[in-house]
Design a protein around this ligand. Structure first.
Ligand code: NAD
Length: 491
């Protein structure tokens, strides 16, 4: 069985770690590869940082127009290999092939947006801020940057950072999730074809000790993290204590309000897509669904029908809308939380536990589940389930629903379905979350906009994507200049 290599200084090299863990297809437990995992992966970080430091010295002096040229080629290569990469995402991560393709499309859009860096990096100039004195600000790269990514979007999330980091003149080290490293192995085969300095973009495999080595290394200046909230908080604290700039995106528990004036059929379909898409393993998955004044249970009925219609199975098979969750432990955790919801008093309108998919009996499948009237002071209503479970709540007014939305400790996304402009305006003004959807189920910002998590969904100041990425990957320098006439040489 292949042990995955690191990509350091422009070459594929074996890890110094001999311990490995298996990369497993969650639909059938087939072992796809082995990935280095253990305390010695920190030695690999040393090699990657030293290569990235050397490359940075050359790259920071390369004009920005030249720095974006490899991105045009990367876009083309990603488009050419889109199906191949998407297939790998489905194999190691479990989501449907269509979802995997859409994920790579989002990655490509970030590469395209980073191609605008020559404009986005332009800065400010004020002539004569005092008599004969000019002042201006320039943006310079920060140095070696590193990204630690989660399992649920193995193809997209590294590209929330990588293209911007290098377009801004930094070098880059990626530590992908040990659960899904194959997608980035393929992406790095494409990166290997780019005309860039050796060591500019590196990949190291590993887990906590590898991450800690990146957090502690004095030459790593910027850390981008995406993952669960507890780890995000830890990354932010340890990175910041070591003097680095850190952006750490965490977990979520996303509420969606459905008003009685919404197009109920359409809303139910979109909400079900949000709850069950990627088997609920999106940081923007809708989780707590609040119906408002659902007098005759019309909204509830439409949601149950939409949930029932979802097809579950192996993501590469035809017409499959929902794949497995990532590991057997995840499946157990999700099923335990469903049982907890029931013990806290919820009605189980749809029970997706003990799912059996013919031909994939070993897969980590949980089918669509709906818990109605979950306890407001219980565990389920406040816990990121990260599985295909809808918690359904009924309230009487939009104000009550918004108060509930704002009582949550997370703030990744909040959505409203309505046909009233006034409701929409009130909601977007008051909802305590950084990504807002109005008649949208997954309010995922496009590459031009920041991925704006709030509260315990985000630690830091500048988010991923767009202008925030340019600001994160550059440091400002302000220059005040005077050229007095009497000091100028006469010719
Ligand atoms: P995770 O936190 O377990 O792992 C993320 C990364 O951190 C991995 O590369 C892992 O190797 C590393 N890691 C894990 N434990 C660590 C530790 N103790 N110290 C240092 N590094 C550690 O997250 P996951 O299970 O891979 O991903 C799912 C989570 O990510 C969910 O909570 C989801 O909401 C969140 N997520 C958030 C966003 C967002 O934009 N806010 C996007 C995608 C996923």
């Amino acid at each position: 069985m292949e042990v995955l290599k690191n990509y350091i200084n422009g070459s594929w090299v074996s890890s110094k770690e001999t311990g490995t863990i298996a990369v497993v297809n969650p639909a059938n437990q087939e072992v796809l590869a082995k990935v280095p995992y253990g305390d010695k992966t920190l030695l690999d970080v040393e090699g990657a940082v030293s290569a990235a430091s050397a490359a940075f010295k050359v790259w920071r002096a390369t004009p920005v127009m030249k720095r974006v040229q490899p991105l045009y080629k990367l876009k083309q290569l990603l488009e050419d290999k889109l199906d191949e990469i998407a297939r790998l995402i489905t194999l190691e991560c479990g989501k449907s092939f269509i979802e995997s393709k859409a994920e790579i499309q989002r990655a490509i859009e970030n590469v395209e947006t980073a191609c605008a860096t020559p404009v986005l990096i332009q800065s400010e100039f004020s002539e004569d801020i005092a008599s004969g004195i000019d002042e201006f600000m320039i943006r310079q790269p920060v140095g070696v940057s590193a990204c630690i990514s989660p399992f649920n979007f193995p193809g997209m999330i590294p590209f929330w950072f990588l293209p911007y980091a290098i377009a801004c003149g930094n070098s880059f080290i990626l530590k992908p999730s040990e659960k899904v490293p194959l997608t980035m192995m393929k992406a790095f085969e494409l990166i290997d074809q780019l005309d860039i300095p050796e060591g500019l973009i590196n990949l190291v495999h590993g887990g906590k000790s590898c991450v800690d080595a990146l957090l502690d290394h004095p030459e790593v200046k910027a850390i981008s993290f995406v993952g669960s909230t507890n780890v995000a908080r830890y990354i932010y604290q340890r990175g910041a204590a070591n003097g680095k700039r850190v952006q750490a995106q965490g977990g979520a528990k996303n509420p969606v309000i459905v008003m009685p004036d919404a197009d109920i059929e359409m809303a139910a379909k979109i909400v079900a897509d949000s709850v069950y898409g990627c088997a609920g393993q999106r940081c923007l998955a809708a989780s707590n669904i609040i119906t408002v004044a659902d007098q005759k249970g019309i909204i509830t009925e439409a949601l149950v029908e939409a949930a029932k219609s979802k097809t579950t199975g192996f993501g590469l098979d035809e017409d499959i809308e929902m794949g497995p969750v990532i590991t057997p432990e995840s499946k157990r955790r999700v099923e335990t939380l469903i049982a907890r919801g029931v013990s806290e008093g919820a009605n189980l309108l749809l029970d997706g536990r003990n799912a059996k998919i013919s031909g994939y009996e070993l897969g980590n499948f949980v089918k669509p589940t709906i818990l109605e009237n979950v306890a407001l002071d219980g565990e389920v209503v406040n816990t990121e389930i990260f599985g295909p479970v809808m918690s359904l709540l009924h309230m009487q007014t939009i104000d009550e629903a918004i108060d509930f939305v704002n009582s949550n400790s997370y703030g990744n996304m909040a959505c409203l379905f309505t046909s009233s402009g006034l409701n929409a305006r009130t909601f977007r003004n008051k909802a305590n979350a950084g990504n807002i959807g109005v008649n949208i189920g997954v309010a995922a910002p496009m590459a031009q906009f920041p991925f704006s998590g709030w509260n315990s969904s985000f630690f830091g100041d500048l988010h991923a994507q767009g202008r925030h990425a340019i600001e994160f990957y550059t440091q400002t320098k302000v220059v005040i200049e005077r050229w007095p006439k009497e000091w100028s040489r006469k010719f």
